[in-house]
Design a protein around this ligand. Structure first.
Ligand code: SF4
Length: 374
């Protein structure tokens, strides 16, 4: 299956955030060499790119640390092989401290038409604790620039659950986004991932995750405030005003194929997954020798089913019976009705399919693992 979705991993950050386990380096002096390596990968994978694309997503890392000339080179290299379809979405993840008027204008000129702004918190001491480098005033500056340049398609990334702010402060932050009609809000629960600074801090006894009940209160409050103001809670962590759902990320949740470029990036063609090797320096060296490293995984039918459940059940729409029947033979999903019955307080079943209710979204991990074939 040809992919029309392109993910580009930009593995650079100015500073590590306490909770982050994404693949990145703070060695920004490697950016030029990395850009060259990425362009080499684009040329090497031209056969996969020889189609028109519907979305490009620059994720990371922090793609906004790239000079606009680097972004220009990357987009131009893609345009050698793949042309933009109509209404193409090109998203750039940006951190507030990287934004200024000149850069914003340059990004718009490059065709970037959606921005994902890493805000995370509207509380200065919580931001500091997270290791974020931006000031609250900078966030407001960026929003003012969005207004000046009529940027209507953007996402605000927020994190709850650090225990550093009260539920009331979280509510106030959401109300601020509602007041300015931020078109898309991603509200993630803080998790402690292995090998992160937060994990070490937790092990030393200086951090404790909040209780499940406390976290559920943040999740439910977010749902209530945002849905009361017209946002669709269209995926467990994602809310959008009508027409502003993230096209690129929705493609992942719909199990559409995509191409991933850059170190650690994944690609998926509907049957197989390609996983690029991590390590920025190694990526640069291998690109020079034209020996880029990656792993190919051919998904078994059980793995495909588990992946299907994991991604599709995250959507508010859930899973349609039609889609399940078209994707798999009956023996693969014969256990599903029994599991749905077990979780009947958490799952709504209709004639057309089944989806998680709010309680179910809180239990998504447990429900998915019950549905998985092991
Ligand atoms: S800016 Fe984003 S990718 Fe970089 S360390 Fe922080 S959370 Fe991770």
């Amino acid at each position: 299956m040809r992919a029309s979705r392109i993910y580009i991993h930009i593995p650079f950050c100015r500073k590590a955030c306490i909770y982050c386990n994404f693949h990145f380096t703070t060695q920004v002096t490697l950016i030029s060499a990395f850009t060259e390596a990425l362009i080499t990968e684009i040329h090497q994978r031209k056969a996969e790119l020889e189609t028109s694309y519907t979305s490009i997503y620059f994720g990371g890392g922090t793609p906004s640390v790239l000079h606009t000339e680097h972004l220009h080179q990357i987009i131009s290299a893609i345009h050698n092989y793949s042309k933009a379809q109509q209404n193409t979405e090109i998203t750039l993840e940006i951190n507030p401290e990287d934004v200024c008027e000149d850069r914003l204008k340059a990004w718009l000129q490059l065709g970037i038409n959606r921005f994902s702004l890493g805000v995370q918190s509207l509380n200065a001491s919580e931001l500091h604790w997270m290791g974020r480098t931006h000031e609250i005033s900078k966030i407001h500056e960026v929003l003012a620039l969005f207004k000046t340049y009529n940027i209507s398609n953007y996402n605000i990334d927020m994190i709850f659950g650090s225990g550093k702010i009260a539920l009331q402060h979280w509510k106030t932050a959401l109300e601020q986004w509602v007041a300015i009609k931020a078109p898309h809000i991603a509200a993630y629960q803080l998790t402690v991932e292995p090998k992160t600074v937060l994990h070490k801090v937790q092990r030393r006894g200086h951090f404790q995750l909040q209780t499940d009940d406390a976290l559920a209160a943040y999740f439910t409050t977010t749902h209530e405030i945002l849905t009361q103001h017209g946002y669709q809670h269209y995926e467990i962590s994602n809310y959008a005003l009508p027409g502003f759902e993230a096209q690129h990320n929705s493609a992942y949740w719909n199990a559409e194929p995509y191409i991933g470029l850059g170190p650690s990036a994944h690609s998926f063609d509907g049957l197989n997954r390609r996983i690029n090797a991590s390590g920025v320096k190694a990526y640069i060296e291998h690109a020079k020798k034209k020996t880029l490293q990656f792993k190919l995984e051919s998904l078994s039918i059980n793995e495909r089913f588990n992946e299907y459940i994991l991604t599709q059940l995250r959507k508010q729409k859930g899973i349609a019976w039609d889609s399940l029947q078209q994707s798999f033979e009956p023996p693969i999903y014969r256990h599903v009705p029994k599991i749905l019955e077990k979780w009947n307080q958490c799952i709504t079943i209709t004639n057309t399919g089944f989806h998680l209710n709010l309680k179910g979204m809180l239990m998504a991990d447990a429900i998915c693992s019950d549905l998985f074939i092991v």
